[in-house]
Design a protein around this ligand. Structure first.
Ligand code: DGY
Length: 334
């Protein structure tokens, strides 16, 4: 039984989604843990109810930490996202409430860059479309242009958003596939990083006009909403492919479906969607798009590393007032 003074009482934390048992066991060494051991997403009201009396929460990208939720959970000290992206957090509201927010950068960079490149290749070389054709029993002869795709090696790779993952994709393209790599980003990289990535900074207009394969790797913010819509798709080459491994909402999915159907661009590869897990119905009916269910970071090794890093942030924050990967470190010094 806990001592009446509170001494020796473990802080209470919530784990909002099923994670690896060994990570849960590690958290239980430090905390009194309430865990959702299913893949069901709690409603905002349910999350707020379960957060009463909790000092920390481990979330995934699907739990929204809003100003309203923070106002209703006064004991909360840390929200630890098991994702590098944190558009599910209202960070200014976290800071205003003195709540530390953390994410999981670095541990997923190469795995996600691998996937971005795989999706680019699958899209350019029409792998999903041709596999469906084969499975449907339609393959009865060879023909000279059957599922002829777009060249990857030696082509121009465009990257919008040049953070860690964008840089990983650039290196794969420049050094592995002999591609000319161009990028656009809020801020230009320093010359040494550009050289290591083999990448050249261009305007957004040049990126859209010149890329044979355009990969989106930028964070979702209100100002990035539909940053690729009908006007931008109209500036791309008719032979171009578009790859989105960033976040739904960056691309206007309805406009993209229309551009794919009309042949305004050649093909797209999408791992993220507006309103996922729902997918715009028009995207489901166009053949020239490869669709995957938000799995760019999904290898067991990487997902374990992400869960462990989120757990480490909870432990560091609630046992010693620090964090490994804070988003709003000013909360720690306040
Ligand atoms: C991330 O880490 O932001 C990914 O999208 C979640 O898998």
């Amino acid at each position: 039984m806990a001592h009446p003074s509170g001494e020796g009482v473990k802080p209470a934390v919530l784990v909002a989604r099923r994670i690896f048992p060994e990570v849960l066991a590690r958290l239980r060494q430090h905390f009194d843990v309430e865990a959702n051991e299913t893949d069901d997403v709690w409603s905002a009201a349910e999350l707020a109810r379960r957060l009463q009396g909790k000092a920390g929460v481990l979330t995934t990208g699907t739990e929204r930490i809003t100003a309203e939720l923070l106002a209703a959970t006064p004991g909360l000290k840390i929200v630890a996202n098991m994702a590098v992206g944190y558009n599910n957090f209202d960070v200014p509201a976290c800071t205003a409430h003195g709540v530390l927010a953390t994410n999981t950068p670095d541990v997923l960079t190469d795995t996600t860059a691998d996937f971005g490149f795989a999706l680019l290749m699958a899209t350019a070389r029409r792998m999903a479309e041709s596999e469906h054709f084969l499975r449907a029993g339609l393959w009865n002869r060879w023909s000279i242009d059957m599922f002829a795709g777009t060249e990857v090696h030696g082509s121009t790779l465009g990257i919008l958003g040049m953070g860690r993952i964008g840089q990983g994709i650039a290196r794969r393209g420049a050094h592995g596939f002999d591609m000319r790599v161009i990028y656009h980003n809020r801020s230009r990289l320093d010359a040494a990083t550009e050289a290591a990535c083999g990448a050249t900074y261009v305007s957004k207009a040049d990126l859209l006009a010149q890329a044979d394969h355009l990969v989106l790797v930028l964070p979702y913010t209100a100002s990035n909403h539909h940053i690729i819509g009908a006007p931008e798709l109209a500036q791309m080459k008719p032979t171009a492919t578009l790859i989105n491994i960033a976040r739904g909402g960056i691309v206007d999915d309805a406009a993209l479906a229309q551009a794919l159907r009309s042949g305004q661009i050649a093909a797209a590869g999408l791992d993220v969607f507006e309103g996922e897990p729902q997918v715009h119905p028009d995207l489901l009916t166009v053949p020239n798009v490869v669709l995957t269910p938000h799995i760019a970071s999904a290898t067991l090794a990487t997902r374990r590393a992400m869960a462990n890093l989120a757990a480490d942030n909870l432990i560091a924050c609630l046992t010693e007032g620090s964090a490994l990967t804070p988003i709003n470190p000013e909360v720690l010094s306040a």
